[in-house]
Design a protein around this ligand. Structure first.
Ligand code: NDP
Ligand code: 8X3
Length: 256
């Protein structure tokens, strides 16, 4: 399917996968609509998307953890875009790596609000703008953490397992509308993910990737474009994408 001229909404587009997706869908000639809390970062990404060939690029503040913010975004969008052909629910991340015994409420709430409730809120708000029987697509960003839990990941693994359930329910609910629904579930990728998880402790974040050749954001963005550009009758329900060095959540090959 030719993506040129399609309207793509990407949440969490100020860094990592979302920013790379803005550029990749821009390169495919799409109109890109970019949401996140850091507007200055979004504006830079919008410029990069335009330079890559985007038909247009529209940055806008969005906090998926707030229903008011999501509704304001949806209302602005109805004045900006004729429709939403592709919705990429990417906003989220991990906060902390503490075991259940010592985990903090603020971290739990941030993870549930952004990865889980935010995904439902944004989808609910934009669903009326997604056309039926036109090859439209909703892509949710999950994780291998949603397939296999690890120590310190009770809440993060839990919300990503929840993302799989949301995706599966939505796929069933929208069957017959022609709207495709799927999940992309990456493994270890070097973005700002670990810097956020470890609250700005960049040395600890760097250790996560030491000696490994992790995924880069562009790897995931290219996979998203491939998934979106399948013919309208083809829905990639779930894609797991990991570094070659990562055979499983706990099995990572390190050169050092
Ligand atoms: P980054 O930290 O680089 O990007 C996260 C993005 O989410 C940022 O743009 C951030 O923007 C946005 N975001 C976070 N909270 C909110 C919120 N409340 N409202 C709006 N936007 C929000 O990490 P990644 O690119 O790696 O993460 C993207 C997604 O991929 C996440 O869902 C993450 O869980 C998932 N993932 C990451 C993996 C990895 O190893 N990197 C592997 C598997 C999945 P801002 O702060 O400006 O709001
Ligand atoms: C991010 C991948 O395995 O670090 O979702 O949780 S992992």
């Amino acid at each position: 399917m030719n993506l040129s001229g399609r309207w793509v909404v990407i949440t969490g587009a100020s860094s990592g996968f979302g920013a790379a997706a803005a550029v990749a869908f821009g390169h495919a000639g799409c109109h890109v609509v970019l949401g996140a809390r850091r507007l200055d970062r979004l504006q830079k990404v919008a410029e990069e998307a335009k330079a890559a060939g985007a038909a247009s690029a529209h940055p806008r503040v969005l906090d998926v953890s707030s229903t008011d913010s999501v509704e304001a975004f949806a209302s602005w969008l109805s004045e900006t875009a004729p429709q939403v052909d592709i919705l990429i629910n990417n906003a989220g991340g991990a906060h902390g790596l503490d075991p259940v015994a010592t985990t903090r409420d603020a971290d739990l709430e941030a993870m549930v609000q952004s990865n889980f409730l935010g995904l439902i809120r944004v989808t609910r708000a934009l669903l009326p703008r997604i056309p039926h029987h036109a090859g439209a697509w909703i892509l949710n960003v999950g994780s291998i953490a949603g397939h296999t839990a690890y120590e310190g990941g009770a809440a993060y693994c839990g919300v990503k397992a929840g993302e799989r359930s949301i995706t599966q329910a939505l796929r069933l609910e929208l069957n017959g509308t022609g709207i495709r629904v799927g999940s992309i579930d990456p493994g270890m990728a070097e973005t700002e993910f670990s810097n956020v998880r470890f609250k700005g402790d960049d040395a600890r974040a760097a250790k996560v990737y030491a000696g490994v050749h992790p995924l880069q954001a562009q790897d995931v963005a290219e996979a998203m474009v491939w998934m979106a550009s399948r013919p309208a009758h083809v829905c990639i329900d779930e894609m797991v994408i990991k570094p070659t060095d990562q055979a499983a959540v706990h099995k990572v090959y390190r050169r050092v």
